[in-house]
Ligand binder design. Sequence first.
Ligand code: UGA
Length: 441
Amino acid sequence: MNITFVGTGYVGLVSGVMMSYLGHNVTCIDLDSSKIVRLKKKEPTIYEDSLEKYLKMGVDSNRLHFVDSYDQNLKHSDAVFVTVGTPSLSDGSADLSNIFSCVGSVLKHLKDDCVIVIKSTVPPGTCNNVESFIKQKGYKNKVASNPEFLREGTAIHDFINTDRIIIGGNDELTFGIMKNIYAPLTKKGIQMLETDLSTSELIKYASNSFLANKIAFINELSDLCQEIGCNINHLSEGIGMDKRIGNSFLKPGPGFGGSCFPKDILALQKLAQGVSSKFLILDAIINSNNNRPANLTRKVIGLLGGDVKEKKIAVFGLTYKANTDDLRCSPAINLIKELLSFGAKVVAYDPQGMKNISRYKELIKKVECKTTPQKAARGSDAIIIATEWNEFKVLDYKKIKTLMKTPFIFDFRNVLDKQQIEEMGFEYHCIGSKKMGNKNG
Ligand code: UGA
């Protein structure tokens, strides 16, 4: 089938590349011509495992094209996937202006039976509004909702092995086109759920909020474990063994971040408030997660003697999770801001994220970025592991200890072996350990 993606951000690029891998003819449009120049040269514009390989395969097979205008290719499209950003407005609601301006721009180029597929995360009701907007403009095109469930860092794997495909629509023609598009995956046994437009849109918000809920829950439990001396890692394993609960998204840490969970949960809260649905659990998740960096910083300060003024803290990891270069809503960045507000000197290292710190104007001059973890650790009073990069699990900590001023490790991702690290002479504190709650514990 002929498919167009509008927007080559993270979702549009990965989905476009992988749709060409499934055998479709794909055109990706982005008005940012500098991106298109790079993509035509088979250069990924985002950091994502295996993307380069599939990008090359698509371009070389002549099934994947990149253009920087709403050109003639659109008239052959059976479906146009809208994959533009829906950032949060200052009140937490989703900014949908990109969606409407993109739909407005493509309409005049399309054949009547081309389906417009909204893949960007949008609040329930948006696709119905898009359908009305199309009618008002005098066009006949139908709308489908098809939320995405890709995780940064494992997006290629997630695309091919997704647990489900959700399609929202109003008519059989739309479902027929969507079924053909996803036939290569459904034939492999991947399940597809057909529903109405608004329910499909809500499934995306509900999924992300439920996962965020699991993380906030385990993080709160880690605080409790700390107080009463239980083992959070065993606790997480123990509850996750119950298939009804499941073992994923139960890793305690410095809080959830990224461009999706924090934004989507706020948008769901806004939606609920707008219809006087209390949905109190959302308030608790948001508060719990927002308070986490400050609470952890307070504990670090307590364990470092009550004051971090002029103390040098080496932060290992800046990205919101491992295997991405994305710093958006990263708990590591929030931890750094907290530490700086108490007068600490922050030195940081991240395998992929350091190039993006320039986006945080308030941090560029204050955070010293180093090219290796060893350089960051040199002369430091403590190390904080803020992101679970594999690299941090296998460092030579014996050597690192010799470089540090005082051998403190705060492992906020629980990635190191406590016994081994303590045997090296470190004072080691991880999430949910009694010592994090009580200096003498
Ligand atoms: C998330 C969802 O997992 C995807 O299904 C969805 O498509 C995507 O949002 C989106 O809406 O576009 P992503 O933000 O890439 O994907 O990252 P996750 O792997 O879900 O992690 C989110 C945050 O939760 C990270 O900060 C991570 O460190 C944290 N996390 C995750 C934990 O603290 N503990 C866990 O057990 C799991």
